[in-house]
Design a protein around this ligand. Structure first.
Ligand code: SF4
Ligand code: SF4
Length: 189
């Protein structure tokens, strides 16, 4: 993507964000009106006030969706510990590629990676819980040359989400939200 394309994408993102912000504000207004009507009719019970306060808090958090951006300046200089991924895939199920990864300004400028529209700028995950860039058949990263700094520096050796014992090759239990990719046979990382 060239600079003009990147600017157009950012402008579109800003427009989408503004539309979402206005939509949430409108919903909040409707919600407040509904609460006032319910209070007027006496349909709220003791304890409902706490629930309403929590809902208001959630709406406020949603309105302030933070932008997450990695501060790594040049990911192409980032390296990590070599891991024998290929021989471990049947055990780890590539679960490192289900973790949250933030993009950097460099990633955005290169324009080679997509991000979650409503969670800028995280790598998108699909319904199976894995990063959009994971090759579901082979287990490799389909954007290997462009992968973010976090993916380049990550080592699962001491990550208790992945291994109960790395050296003994004993994996931690799979998270219930993640679909195991048993068909993975090869992964270059
Ligand atoms: S880095 Fe990822 S794919 Fe490689 S062994 Fe660790 S969890 Fe598995
Ligand atoms: S970009 Fe590649 S290495 Fe990084 S999480 Fe996604 S599939 Fe895994």
């Amino acid at each position: 993507m060239d600079e003009a394309g990147l600017q157009a994408a950012l402008a579109q993102l800003a427009q989408d964000h503004e539309r979402t912000r206005r939509g949430v504000a409108e919903l909040q207004q409707q919600f407040e009106t509904l609460i006032e009507i319910m209070i007027a009719f006496g349909t709220l019970r003791p304890g409902h006030a706490d629930l309403i306060a929590k809902l208001r808090q959630r709406v406020e958090i949603a309105r302030r969706a933070p932008v997450e951006l990695s501060s790594v300046e040049d990911k192409h200089t980032v390296t990590g510990e070599p891991i024998d991924c290929e021989s471990r895939l049947s055990l780890c199920q590539a679960r490192c590629c289900s973790f949250t990864v933030q993009l950097s300004r460099q990633d955005l400028e290169e324009g080679e990676l997509t991000w979650e529209i409503d969670q800028p700028y995280r790598l998108p995950r699909l319904a199976d819980g894995y990063c959009v860039n994971l090759d579901r058949g082979e287990g490799g990263c389909q954007r290997y040359e462009h992968r973010p700094a976090t993916c380049r520096s990550y080592s699962c050796r001491s990550d208790k989400r992945v291994w109960l014992d790395f050296d003994a090759r004993i994996p931690a239990p799979m998270p219930p939200t993640l679909i195991a990719l048993d068909r993975l046979t090869r992964r270059d990382r």
